[in-house]
Design a protein around this ligand. Structure first.
Ligand SMILES: C[S@@+](CC[C@H](N)C(=O)[O-])C[C@H]1O[C@@H](n2cnc3c(N)ncnc32)[C@H](O)[C@@H]1O
Length: 342
């Protein structure tokens, strides 16, 4: 495995140490170019535990700065490799413009809702970040759909956990580490675990251009990936580099929940008449013996090795009128109901 960290500017560092097409996944959180002191106050109430020397970028240089490091990121990614950028709103435009000047292709613009803890009286509270997921064309993209949930795992309301996890609004709280030394603005482990699980394979090389507290590198190693990266702040670099020694390779992988591909084996196959008749009589039998629609459908997905929607659709076409949602009681917010009536 490869663990290489450099205490230098990421653009110079990438040019010196990273070959073309050599990185599978970049996850990074560049400095925001907003007043450092304000950030200090908002993010970390106990200043004594925050490492000094965080390097900010002057606002007027942000567009050029973004262009420079994103151009390097594009070069070092392997074809099919992914770039994930976490950004606030203030300088998002500069980052988007820089991305548009590359060959990288957008796959998602995720909204990360978090507990920022700043209250406002005369406007709405800012409580989200942007997570941009782009890929370099020309190779196989890694997206491990079932890395965390199987397609049949459901919550108490019978909603698909996989579907929820794949939605592009993420609610993940910041981690508070009272009494621990840290870098400013450390990303939560839960966020990094999710990104690394979906977007890379064990053994892949994960890179962070702005290591800060080395959180991306720590999680990557904990999940059995290689890690490389850059941090310009000597204080943070020295402190967290030492911490990296204590991270157990693949230690985290054993501690987290993983999913498996439980896609029904007959999913996508055409229903013939015999199977349709069998479905009809089995459904009626289950209903007569006291199963509600929801439970009956769940059971039928296993018995017929078909997806839930396929079962519901088939039952509907057999005039058993299960309804579009099976028995799910979907209640729409009032404003949606009004829109739907128009
Ligand atoms: C938002 S923080 C990254 C936080 C990190 N993701 C974490 O979870 O700890 C940005 C970091 O980039 C560093 N930095 C600023 N300019 C840099 C540059 N040109 N090259 C490398 N690191 C830089 C800052 O010192 C800061 O630690």
């Amino acid at each position: 495995m490869r663990y290489e960290f450099y205490n230098q500017d990421c653009v110079t560092g990438a040019r010196e140490h990273l070959e073309d097409d050599s990185i599978d996944l970049i996850i990074t959180d560049p400095p925001f170019a907003i007043d450092g002191d304000k950030l200090h106050k908002h993010y970390n109430r106990k200043e004594a535990f925050v490492l000094d020397g965080y390097v900010e970028i002057p606002q007027e240089e942000y567009a050029d700065f973004s262009k420079a490091w994103i151009t390097e990121a594009e070069r070092v990614l392997r074809p099919g490799g992914a770039l994930v950028i976490v950004s606030g709103y203030s300088n998002l435009l500069d980052i988007l413009n820089a991305l548009r000047g590359t060959s990288l292709k957008e796959f998602n613009h995720i909204i990360w809702k978090y507990n920022f803890g700043v209250s406002t009286k005369s406007k709405f509270v800012s409580s989200h970040y942007h997570i941009l997921y782009y890929c370099k064309p020309g190779g196989d993209r890694t997206f491990n759909t079932f890395a965390r949930f199987g397609s049949r795992e459901r919550n108490r309301d019978n909603r698909s956990l996989l579907y929820q996890d794949l939605e592009d609004v993420w609610v993940i709280n910041r981690e508070y580490k009272p009494g621990e030394i840290k870098n400013k603005n450390e990303l939560p482990s839960a966020l990094l675990i999710k990104l690394i699980q979906y977007l890379s394979k064990p053994g892949d090389v994960v890179c962070d251009f702005f290591l800060g507290g080395f959180s991306t590198a720590r999680i990557a190693k904990g999940l059995g990936r290689s890690a490389v990266g850059f941090e310009i702040n000597r204080n943070s670099f020295d402190y967290h580099l030492e911490e990296m020694q204590n991270v157990v390779f693949n230690g985290l992988a054993k501690a987290i929940k993983v999913g498996r591909d439980d896609t029904p084996s007959r999913s996508g196959e055409i229903w013939d008449e015999e199977e349709s008749d069998k479905l009809r009589s089995r459904y009626l039998q289950l209903r007569q013996s006291g199963f509600n629609k929801q439970k009956a459908i769940n059971l039928l997905t296993d018995e017929f090795q078909r997806g839930r929607w396929s079962i519901i659709h088939k039952l509907n076409t057999l005039d058993l009128v299960v309804g579009q949602q099976g028995t799910l009681n979907i209640s729409y917010p009032i404003e949606n109901q009004q829109i739907r009536k128009q």
